[in-house]
Design a protein around this ligand. Structure first.
Ligand SMILES: *Cc1c(COP(=O)(O)O)cnc(C)c1O
Length: 456
């Protein structure tokens, strides 16, 4: 190639390359997952236990062992609004770091709501609509999941009720306005509209709320109304499944680029964007003996994979959900208010937890200031402003690229840029003003929360 010839930056697929099936990693796992347990009986739960909350098609996907699950045409049709998403080679970031590493990123911020979350919101809305459900109840932290589900509800004609964590509701009105523009009803959680919310408010009227509390309210809403089901934006097997369109496209785009990633990185809150990118690559490891290293990047303020315990625990603070085996910091643990709201969760998806437990993936925790520094370096080189969550993945990608430089070796790195940061400018303002705080790992509070783990 002549030196003046521009190198390819963007790898684009046309609509016919939107995957036709989701990839179910359970078919290829070397060890079977542990079943969810009923919180009352301690026995494995069956489809009937979940039927008040989810439509049958999603329950089927939750327990499926089939490798491929067909994507219905109306779902693929809605995906056409923004899929396939582009994969970029970060030439300018490589130059800024002066590294021999090749850095690639898959960009999910071009979806209507600005993150990877519509990949599952569209699928969940479709399967609920197909079963005759009229209304969906859900929770949202910073608002990414709520806006994705509000958008998907508008696509398929479903009412959407969102319990939004009080702290975000007060401090971050723009995501709420986006949800309302899509037609959703949004209340601050804890709210007076559920028994659980009223109980919490009676004891702690000034609580800023938490994701765990908001989940309890949304589950109660769905369980007590015939026309309503519950939708979760992460953690569950079917949610991770829907996200695998990301990694399947990336596999194809990496071959367009003529490379194969040595390292694949995603940030982890509940594990869905991480799984979406990495599971199809891990499938190659399991089936074909490929050797992709896979790294989960989590916040130091909620480090479930690196500091939690692998145990059965509740998914919510109100202790209403089934017990799932996962890395957890304890369901009573409420993480500090870091700006990466999507990563403020006490647990981790059971599938990602299982992979970590068996050393099939690695995990690293990152402080928020160092993540924002990486995010700013990235924005100045590549132009896209990352959401605070994927700045954790960028931090790890940059560290790996600098290690490659140190070692004087080439290395191909791929990470998931799972959302843009246009609604997070107040966090960037604080970072630029030097007032952003790091939170030390709260050992004592985690120990107290872990002491309350359910006995099974
Ligand atoms: C919700 C969200 C996350 C965290 O959720 P995962 O299930 O771990 O992906 C991360 N990044 C963005 C942009 C999000 O919206």
């Amino acid at each position: 190639m002549a030196p003046s010839e521009p190198r390819q930056t963007k790898f684009v697929l046309d609509e016919s390359h939107i995957p036709r099936a989701w990839y179910n990693i359970v078919a290829d796992l070397p060890v079977p997952p542990s079943p969810p347990l009923h919180p009352g009986t301690g026995q494995p739960i069956g489809p009937d236990d979940l039927a008040p909350l989810f439509p049958m098609a999603l329950i089927g996907q939750e327990v499926s062992t089939e490798r491929e699950i067909e994507i219905p045409e109306p779902v693929r049709d809605a995906y056409r609004l923004y899929r396939p998403s582009p994969l970029y080679r970060a030439h300018r970031l490589e130059r800024a770091l002066d590294t021999p590493a090749h850095i690639y990123y898959k960009y999910e911020g071009g979806s209507p709501s600005g993150s990877h979350k519509p990949n599952t919101a569209i699928a969940q809305a479709f399967f609920n609509k197909e079963q005759g459900v009229k209304r969906l109840a859900t929770e949202t932290g910073a608002g990414q999941w709520g806006s994705a589900l509000a958008f998907a509800g508008a696509m398929f004609g479903l009412e959407v009720k969102v319990y939004m964590v009080r702290a975000s509701y007060d401090q971050k009105p723009y995501r709420r306005i986006l949800m309302e523009t899509y037609g959703a009803e949004v209340v601050a959680s804890p709210s007076l509209t559920t028994n659980y919310g009223r109980t919490v408010l009676a004891v702690t009227p000034d609580t800023p709320g938490s994701l765990g509390m908001a989940i309890s309210e949304a589950v109660e809403d769905a369980a007590t109304r015939d026309d309503t089901k519950y939708a979760l934006g992460s953690v569950l097997n079917h949610v991770l499944l829907h996200q695998t369109v990301i990694g399947q496209e990336a596999l194809e785009q990496m071959s367009m680029a003529g490379e194969s990633p040595d390292i694949v990185i995603g940030c982890t809150g509940g594990g869905s964007n991480f799984a979406g990118l990495t599971f199809p690559f891990l499938g190659r490891n399991f089936r074909d003996g490929a050797k992709h290293r896979v790294i989960a990047a989590e916040p130091e303020a909620a480090p479930s994979l690196t500091r939690g315990v692998y145990a059965y625990d509740f998914g919510d603070t109100g202790k209403m959900t089934p017990l799932v085996k996962m890395y957890t910091l304890g369901s009573d643990f409420i993480p500090e208010p870091i700006h990466a709201g999507g990563l403020r969760y006490h647990g981790m998806s059971p599938l990602v937890s299982l992979l970590k437990q068996h050393d099939l993936i690695e995990a690293r925790s990152v402080h928020q200031r160092s993540s924002f520094a990486a995010g700013v370096t990235f924005a100045r080189a590549e132009g896209i402003l990352p959401a605070p969550e994927p700045t954790h993945a960028i931090r790890v990608a940059i560290d790996e690229a600098l290690a490659a430089k140190e070692a004087g070796e080439s290395r191909v790195i791929l990470f998931n840029l799972c959302g843009h940061g246009h609604f997070d400018l107040s966090a960037y303002e604080q970072y630029l003003a030097g007032t952003l705080e790091d939170y030390e790992y709260p050992l004592e509070r985690v120990e107290a929360a872990l002491a309350g783990l359910p006995q099974v």
